[in-house]
Design a protein around this ligand. Structure first.
Ligand code: KIV
Length: 273
């Protein structure tokens, strides 16, 4: 057996088994290179449709296509070895029917070889989640704030801020778990509600802006690295790479303009050495 094949990738059942266990560490990645870094420290890599905002500068995730997700999902699979890779199903690729969802998910799984897909929505998506899960496609749910619904929600506001609004979100969480999802992202939900959902449902909850009460956490990599122009208030920054990258670019531009840029002799020397 080769060294490579001896490294076993985490699976959806492995993550499902972490309920009330060691917290699940998840980050987004959209490229092979960052995936290799994330892979060393995370249980799950999410190829999120936030790539629409982060990589392409869209205001929302609505314009993201299935082809975009597949291209970046395949890159992340090439860059990673041990984490479970979950690829987001983009807006318009799964909502029309469970058959549409199945066909889109099969393309994602075959063309990227990822281990699971994620889709947004609670009760309204349960038939689809059951259909996919029963046909070999592990599904991660996503409830609370569902960014693909921005045009009906009107804004990216936290959900369930008052206790009177909790009912539908709790119902969504239970429905997604009962339909067979192996875990569920809970986005922008107040701590007491996130805690209640986490204590109630049988699958791991993975919070984003939903407090430490969840079974795991996810952040958008570029947000926590200080690389996104706009970052949600709840994001703790673990780096400030924007200014560091700009300083490097500035140094390069200054070298070029002052003709201090290394010439070909230098490059050939480097190659020999
Ligand atoms: O697309 C994404 O990055 C996500 C996370 C915000 C959970 O869905």
């Amino acid at each position: 057996m080769s060294v490579q094949s001896a490294i076993r990738r985490k699976t959806a059942p492995d993550i499902r088994a972490r309920k009330r266990g060691e917290p699940i560490v998840m980050l987004t990645s959209y490229h092979a290179h960052t995936a290799a870094l994330v892979d060393r420290h995370c249980d799950v890599i999410l190829v999120g449709d936030s790539l629409g905002n982060v990589m392409h500068g869209f205001e929302t995730t609505v314009p993201v296509t299935l082809d975009m997700m597949i291209l970046q999902g395949a890159a992340v699979m090439r860059g990673s070895k041990q984490a479970l890779v979950v690829v987001d199903m983009p807006f318009g690729s799964y909502e029309a029917s469970r058959e549409q969802a199945f066909n889109s998910a099969v393309r994602i799984m075959k063309e990227t070889q990822c281990g699971a897909v994620k889709l947004e929505g609670g009760i309204r998506m349960t038939e689809t989640i059951a259909f996919l899960s029963g046909r070999g496609i592990p599904v991660m749910g996503h409830i609370g704030l569902t960014p693909q619904s921005i045009n009906t929600l009107g804004s990216f506001r936290a959900q369930g801020r008052s206790e009177t609004d909790w009912g539908p979100i709790e119902d969504d969480a239970k429905a997604v778990a009962d339909a067979g999802a192996f875990s569920v992202v809970v986005e922008a939900v107040a701590e007491p509600l996130a805690r209640k959902i986490t204590e109630t449902i049988a699958i791991p909850t993975i919070g984003i802006g939903a407090s430490a009460a969840c079974d795991g956490q996810v952040l958008v990599l570029e947000d926590m690295l200080g690389l996104s122009p706009r970052t949600p208030k709840f994001v703790r920054r673990y780096g400030d790479l924007g200014p560091a990258i700009e300083a490097a670019i500035e140094g390069y531009a200054a070298d070029v303009r002052s003709r201090a840029f290394p010439g070909p002799e230098h490059v050939y020397d480097m190659k020999k050495g």
